[in-house]
Design a protein around this ligand. Structure first.
Ligand SMILES: NC(=O)c1ccc[n+]([C@@H]2O[C@H](COP(=O)([O-])OP(=O)(O)OC[C@H]3O[C@@H](n4cnc5c(N)ncnc54)[C@H](O)[C@@H]3O)[C@@H](O)[C@H]2O)c1
Length: 341
């Protein structure tokens, strides 16, 4: 395996899948994209053609290929578990986009299938590969700000996600699709599991979607308590129109660390007519460009060097559990204690 390029099969050639296809074929020397699957023929053909790969409309066909070493699952959330389990049973390493699945039962089955066969399972929490997030994590561990006490994580997306992500039957909603990144980051940065959540949410930006999906919301705040006694807050919004905004603040007993910026470049323009202005990140692709590349490189390195991915199935499960608890809190209008039974 060390000289041969890792054969990648992209499953789901939409927004996330086309980004991974580009990275694995153009920016990582040890991998090549040899198969692209999409249940819709047009994106499957288009992305496959772009990278000289073969295209398929169902993953079962592509999984039969012995030259496929690993799959990148970037399909809608409700399809992740079935595809991941099929991939494990075919002996393929698995990178699965967040949120890992719709239920903890699905997540457990995915973890068990990968473990049984001995294939890698990495979940797509790319923020963990962002240099600022990593530096902050190291400083917190070194005790630079003393004992971490309160974490605040802001996760805002510019535009509405695809329609399946608004439908509670095919997705768990915004806290899963947008803010599962925040649930993962806070747990990782605080070095402690979430032990209680209380959530409030409302459809404020696009209230008309409530007539189609009664549980739809586009703004949420979640208060958190961690097992080690520290506290937290996540605020989510999508769509927010102004850009992709991911910022974290960690208050410790000896100081505070701020991660991330609203503005995307160190340019400020000022004119009499406009006042001062700067620019934001148009999308997650721009804000976490380097992080996506590093997470994909990490997956290939784990396969080649037989290491356990830094972002594991268990991490994906933990974020999912917090999302499910927050969603339950919305439904029951009360704080929910974790672990969920
Ligand atoms: N890490 C990130 O920052 C990030 C960013 C965007 C999306 N995502 C995640 O990636 C996943 C996909 O999201 P997206 O925004 O790219 O969605 P999308 O709708 O743009 O793309 C999904 C694609 O999957 C295809 N598809 C649907 N069912 C399929 C099946 N059973 N088999 C094969 N193909 C199928 C669709 O035709 C579509 O082309 C979601 O889990 C989402 O949360 C992660």
């Amino acid at each position: 395996m060390s000289m041969k390029k890792v054969g990648i099969c992209i499953i789901g050639a939409g927004r996330a899948g086309s980004l991974h296809a580009e990275i694995y074929s153009e920016h990582i020397v040890n991998s090549r994209v040899i198969a692209v699957v999409d249940s819709v023929q047009e994106p499957a053909m288009r992305i496959a053609k772009k990278y000289g790969a073969d295209w398929y409309i169902n993953h079962e066909e592509a999984l039969k290929r012995s030259d496929v070493d690993a799959v990148i699952i970037s399909t809608p959330t409700f399809t992740h578990a079935r595809i991941a389990i099929d991939a494990a049973e075919a002996g393929k390493h698995i990178f699965c986009e967040k949120p890992m699945a719709l239920t903890l039962k699905e997540a457990d089955e995915m973890i068990a299938a990968a473990r049984r066969v001995g294939v890698k399972l990495q979940i797509g929490f790319m923020r963990r590969f962002d240099v600022d997030f990593q530096t902050a994590k190291r400083m917190i561990e070194e005790g630079v700000i003393g004992k971490p006490s309160i974490i605040k994580s802001t996760g805002h997306g510019p535009g509405l996600p695809p329609p399946w992500a608004c439908d509670p039957k095919t997705s768990i909603g915004m806290l899963a699709e947008v803010n599962s990144h925040d649930f993962d980051s806070v747990r990782w940065l605080m070095g402690s599991n979430i032990s209680r959540v209380y959530a409030e949410a409302e459809a404020i930006a696009v209230p008309e979607l409530k007539s189609r999906y009664p549980d739809f919301y586009d703004r949420a705040v979640v208060t958190l308590r961690f097992a080690n006694g520290s506290l937290g807050l996540i605020d989510g919004g999508c769509p927010v129109k102004y850009g992709y905004d991911a910022r974290v603040e960690v208050l410790g007993t000896d100081g505070v660390i701020l991660i991330g910026e609203l503005k995307s470049q160190s340019i400020l323009v000022c004119k009499k007519e406009t006042g001062a202005y700067t620019s934001t990140f148009p999308s997650w692709r721009d804000r976490f460009k380097d992080a996506y590349l590093k997470e994909d490189k990490h997956f290939i390195e784990c396969i080649i060097n037989d290491r356990k991915p830094l972002v594991s199935g268990e991490d994906g499960r933990a974020a999912l559990e917090a999302v499910l608890a927050a969603t339950k809190s919305l439904e029951e209008v009360k704080p929910i204690t974790l672990p969920l039974t």
